[in-house]
Design a protein around this ligand. Sequence first.
Ligand SMILES: Nc1ncnc2c1ncn2[C@@H]1O[C@H](COP(=O)(O)OP(=O)(O)O)[C@@H](O)[C@H]1O
Ligand SMILES: Cc1ncc(COP(=O)(O)O)c(N)n1
Length: 272
Amino acid sequence: MTIYKAFTIAGSDSGGGAGIQADLKTFQELGVYGMSAITAITAQNTLGVQGVFPTSTEAIAMQLDSIGSDLAPDAVKTGMLFSEEIIRIVADKVRRYNWRNLVIDPVMVAKGGSPLLQQEAVQSVITHLLPLALVSTPNLPEAEILTRMSIRTLSDREEAAKIIVQMGSQYVVMKGGHDTSTDQVVDLLYDGENYIYMENIRIETRHTHGTGCTYSAAITAELAKGKNVLEAVQIAKAFIQSSIEDQLGMGSGHGPTNHFAYQRRQRGEIRV
Ligand SMILES: Nc1ncnc2c1ncn2[C@@H]1O[C@H](COP(=O)(O)OP(=O)(O)O)[C@@H](O)[C@H]1O
Ligand SMILES: Cc1ncc(COP(=O)(O)O)c(N)n1
């Protein structure tokens, strides 16, 4: 049996709901071997981010070289990259090791409002990273910052998706979780030609810490197994939907999603 390998380049979340921890749990649940390079350590729980400690650029470059020189990932994702300097190193190594199945989650701000990307680094995401992306997964505020447009209507989303594809990302998944004006969550997948809408009932919950990380990790895991982008996004959507629905209810703030839920449902252990 072939075991496919997925690699996450992201920040550590001590609370275990987002970042590296969410990515590795998701990889494991979806049956791929997980590897990681840590760009920053965050002291974090369901109440917020108490501290951010970027990893040294030397340590980041070495982690990327360790993977690149030996463990050939089948798909790679990026999460919290924090600074322009870190983005440049990551982009350089992605090109050097020819990592093509690349998912960019342009993480900017944690749910509680703490910055996870320095403002001056936004331009490097556009210049250095998006052109390398097979898929990018901005949420609505991130898409607004990347495109410098205000996104209110579905046609605004389509226009913003077009701009992000023009920036070089082959596919864009614009996540709709932040639009709380309806009882649906609407994600949009754009491949440069077709707009595909994915709609789900909005689950009423405060436990959405790490949804974006988990969703992009699930896309990465499925790409690692050889799924095409549409298939990978559809499976990831089912994964994130189950993990929000079957709440763990941990902590007194924004709790983590339930990374066990999707597989437990597949095995019939949780009734839908
Ligand atoms: N309350 C919710 N109910 C159902 N799906 C949600 C909910 N919140 C987010 N999602 C889904 O979770 C994924 C991540 O969404 P989003 O919150 O927009 O991104 P981020 O976590 O990066 O801020 C998307 O697929 C989105 O549709
Ligand atoms: C280390 C780290 N990376 C990313 C996020 C974003 O989390 P979310 O997916 O909830 O936006 C986070 N809170 N912490």
